[in-house]
Ligand binder design. Structure first.
Ligand SMILES: [Zn+2]
Length: 466
């Protein structure tokens, strides 16, 4: 669909109108007007050249770094030491010399990375904790401005993927809401932050992701949602359940995934189970919405208006298209805890310029966290893409997880009704060895279940080498 056709599909009749009996054109409330004004800019800036986008990013970085040097203790010390003189204008060469700060350093630095003295119109400050799937969470401060941009980019996601705002969302995710349990889950009016200030939408029904998959499937059958949002690992289990029990979900139009790197095979699993496509997003508490899947392709566009993303190799040089490297982010609008060149702990693969015409940078895939990367004796570092879907032809396995115990040793944890026989184990061993392209030693264990993290996230590969 071309640019003009796409903009015609926006549902202006659902805009909230702030004046009695002024129905058309809508007269937006102040909050909606602000969101729509930024959305108007985002509609344009997505088509800018990478040169124009990066020059605007540099302007915003100058404001952020200038503020951080003045008001944030850590940067007052570290930025001057690293050669950024007090009145020096920021250039990309200067920026790329600034130190990279790791997740462990952010934890260690604590309050010296934060300030209470944000400009008054940045709004209230709140303390948030990152999801902490790696153990100790990162705690940081964010302002209303950060929240505003999170909303704006969420709304862009709905527009990009042409969601019908009259539709119903089903969300199966981590929540401490005690009502989000079968048989009904809990009903929320609207689709959450992206639309709440701007548009009238259908409802969202919420269910805890810790609920058993068969109960999730029954719940979806009752709710008849148009859209489903959940974690990739949970989605895979659901898709398998729908296929094996020959269940249908005829209302479903699209699935959205969040919170975990997307394993291979999952898009195909959605097509097989429900005949629908999947839209993935890459976000974090620290940096907000980092990348959203392109409307026309399966890769991702960096949300360059909200965050600078660098993908760096082991020498801290920028990766070229096709290369996998460490993701280093600089959220452009968080002045309460400025994170300048923050190594978030994920790996991603850089992409080529996108055929859709958007100038926003491309990531081919989000590879996952460092602890989800395998390392081999020959030095190869990669994200294994082998798991339960690959083992399905060998044996009926409910859960599978690979643990790297040593450079040449992989433990395959399987949850299955029966212990596999030697021939089945040998077949799985050869699947793993083929995927690793290396003669790793493979051992098996059969735990009763494989626990998820505190946020109900499941990791199909874990390295113990870190
Ligand atoms: Zn694109």
């Amino acid at each position: 669909m071309g640019r003009q056709e796409r903009s015609k599909s926006l549902s202006f009749d659902l805009l909230d109108t702030g004046i009695d009996d002024v129905r058309w054109p809508a007269f937006p409330s102040p909050a909606a007007a602000n969101q729509l004004a930024v959305q108007f800019q985002l509609e344009h800036s997505q088509w800018w050249s990478s040169h124009d986008l990066s020059s605007r990013q540099l302007q915003q970085l100058s404001a952020l770094i200038g503020f951080a040097k003045e008001h944030v203790q850590h940067y007052r010390e570290s930025l001057c030491i690293s050669g950024l003189a007090p009145e020096q204008a920021l250039s990309w060469d200067v920026f790329r010399q600034l130190p990279i700060v790791s997740r462990a350093e952010v934890q260690r630095l604590g309050d010296s990375l934060a300030t209470q003295q944000v400009p008054a119109n940045h709004g209230k400050i709140r303390i948030v904790k990152s999801s902490g799937s790696t153990g100790r969470p990162v705690s940081l401060r964010k302002t209303d401005v950060c929240n505003f941009f999170w909303k704006a980019l969420s709304l862009r996601l709905h527009f990009w993927h042409e969601h019908d705002f009259n539709g119903t969302f089903a969300a199966i995710r981590f929540t401490d809401n005690d009502k989000a349990v079968p048989p009904h889950g809990t009903r929320m009016s609207g689709w959450g932050p992206g639309t709440m200030d701007v548009l009238r939408t259908g409802p969202t029904w919420l269910l805890k992701s810790s609920v058993d998959v068969s109960a999730q499937a029954e719940w979806l059958g009752r709710m008849q949602p148009h859209y489903l949002v959940t974690y990739p690992s949970n989605l895979l289990q659901l898709a398998r359940h729908f296929v094996s029990k020959q269940l249908a979900l005829p209302t479903l139009r699209q699935v959205c995934t969040i919170g975990e790197a997307l394993p291979s095979g999952i898009r195909e699993a959605c097509r097989k189970a429900w005949g629908v496509e999947l839209v993935d997003t890459y976000s974090s508490e620290e940096a907000g919405l980092i990348a959203i899947q392109c409307p026309d392709n399966e890769h991702y566009h960096v949300q360059a208006e909200g965050v600078l993303v660098e993908v760096l190799d082991e020498n801290n040089d920028r990766c070229r298209a096709g290369q996998v490297g460490r993701v280093v982010v600089t959220p452009l609008h968080n002045f309460a805890t400025p994170l300048i060149r923050y190594e978030i702990g994920d790996y991603a693969e850089v992409g080529e310029h996108c055929s859709c015409g958007r100038g926003l940078p491309v990531l081919n895939r989000i590879v996952g966290r460092a602890r989800n990367m395998a390392r081999l004796p020959n030095g190869r570092l990669f994200r294994p893409s082998v798991g339960i879907t690959d083992f399905a032809d060998v044996a009926p396995v409910q859960q599978a997880q690979l643990i790297q115990k040593a450079l040449d040793h992989i433990e395959v944890k399987l949850v299955a009704d029966v212990t596999l026989n030697k021939i089945q184990e040998q077949r799985i061993e050869s699947i793993v060895q083929r995927n690793f392209d290396y003669p790793v030693q493979v051992t098996f264990s059969y735990p009763p279940t494989i626990p998820t993290s505190a946020q109900d996230k499941f990791e199909d590969f874990l390295s113990e080498l870190l």
